[in-house]
Design a protein around this ligand. Sequence first.
Ligand SMILES: Cc1cc2nc3c(=O)[nH]c(=O)nc-3n(C[C@H](O)[C@H](O)[C@H](O)COP(=O)(O)O)c2cc1C
Length: 193
Amino acid sequence: MNIDEIIAHRRSYYPAQYTGEKISRSTVERLLKNANWAPNHLHTEPWRFKVFEGESLKALMAFMAGLYKKGSTPENFSQAKFDKFAINAEKVSHVVAICMQRSDKPGLPESEEIAAVACAVQNIWLTLTMVPHTGGYWSTGNLVYKAEMAEFLRLEIDERCLGLFYIGMVNPESQAPMGIRKPWEEKVEWMGG
Ligand SMILES: Cc1cc2nc3c(=O)[nH]c(=O)nc-3n(C[C@H](O)[C@H](O)[C@H](O)COP(=O)(O)O)c2cc1C
């Protein structure tokens, strides 16, 4: 694939589509190495990643199930949602907690640090697009922003969790998800010239 095709073929693949097989350590390292080439302002390189696999992945899913239950009321608790964490633990190969370390360099807005981390995640996502039968997605939801999650991830005071990147092996028989976008021309205004 050329660069245009890689970008257009990048898709979100969800745990339900994963086989439960493990992605090799060298592939995960390749994803993180490419993340590290993301652009960033004032050379802060604010991306920080915490990689969960095997037992630590199971522990993360169990922790999230508990956090979900704790934050639910009897009225809005969903058993299916709760059970999904344990199902995901079996399906997912790795979870990468996407974290941002805030620089103390003066005049650097937090939005720029978040933007740099998002660029790093896109590098992971595009690289994954090139690894046959793999897929992943960026997951957020209110749990990842909770103080308990920051504690579980052992984040420092200047760090924030921006989500979890789920990665798995995808059944080669399964249909690639449809990419849907409104026309790019609708989002562009040519300012004359
Ligand atoms: C910052 C961010 C957070 C996201 N959070 C979620 C999420 O919590 N749950 C989810 O199903 N998808 C999440 N996604 C994935 C989007 O749903 C997905 O990118 C979108 O549907 C477009 O599909 P595509 O990635 O296949 O092009 C997130 C994506 C981004 C960039």
